[in-house]
Design a protein around this ligand. Structure first.
Ligand code: CTP
Ligand code: MG
Length: 225
């Protein structure tokens, strides 16, 4: 059984709209529904654990998306940070039946079924896998006021989601790390275990909706999926 944990319990401070970005309508449906549909359509995913805020859960029940997302498990209420929300989702998964856990940002609706499938396949082989995108700009290192160096971008990748792990790898990562520090993804925890993490080349279209202007790209990319 492969399970997706989709985290969408954030409040969208940078998006600065009256409602959290995951519930904003794009091409006639809330952003979170687009994201859920990708995982519903992916044959490598058996279950979906959706993590929302309490308010978000009420909003979600109102939009009545359950019939369309048959893999959906009971909604989990998230925590203060993204990392807390993922961990809360993880703790609801029955370890007896668990195989691969794929963690995904609800705010990334442009993920494709092929990206999810390839990331899960890599995690199945290696133990852990992260979808990435190449870096296309020239990258500079800076000190306080000036540029100090140019970084070789051939060896850099931007971490996207999904990030997928064998259940036991993620469990061990949680057991052996202090979650009070700032964590921006689950790979960071697994890197410290010394476990190899495969990278899977993904599309630069798989952006995380962060600012209001990202919706312009989202509408164009979703139309073209
Ligand atoms: N997330 C979450 N629980 C939190 C914070 C974030 O589940 N306490 C989720 C968001 O809903 C989003 C994903 O993690 O789908 C990536 O986070 P981000 O883009 O930072 O979203 P927000 O935290 O909502 O936005 P901001 O940081 O601008 O407030
Ligand atoms: Mg955030």
């Amino acid at each position: 059984m492969n399970t997706a944990i989709i985290v969408a319990a954030g409040s969208g401070q940078r998006f600065s709209a009256s409602q959290p970005k995951q519930f904003v309508n794009v091409l006639g449906k809330p952003l979170i529904v687009h994201t859920l549909e990708r995982f519903e359509a992916c044959p490598s995913i058996d279950n979906i654990v959706l993590v929302l805020s309490e308010e978000g859960r009420d909003d979600f029940e109102r939009i009545d998306a359950r019939q369309k997302v048959t893999k959906l498990q009971p909604i989990v209420i998230g925590g203060d940070t993204r990392a807390d929300s993922v961990q809360k989702g993880f703790h609801t998964i029955d370890n007896g039946a668990a195989n691969i856990i794929a963690v995904h940002d609800g705010a990334r609706p442009m993920v494709t079924v092929a990206e999810i499938t390839r990331t899960i396949e890599a995690a199945d082989k290696v133990g852990a896998a992260c979808l990435v995108a190449e870096v296309t700009d020239t990258i500079k290192r800076v000190n306080r006021r000036f540029i100090s160096a140019t970084v070789d971008r051939q060896r850099l990748r931007r971490a996207l989601t999904p990030q997928a792990f064998k259940y036991d790898v993620l469990k061990r990562a949680y057991e052996s790390n202090d979650l009070n520090e700032t964590l921006t993804d689950e790979c960071m925890l697994v890197e410290r275990l010394g476990v190899k993490i495969a990278f899977v080349e993904g599309s630069r279209r798989n952006i995380k909706i962060t600012l209001m202007e990202d919706l312009i790209l989202a509408a164009a990319f979703l139309k073209d999926l």
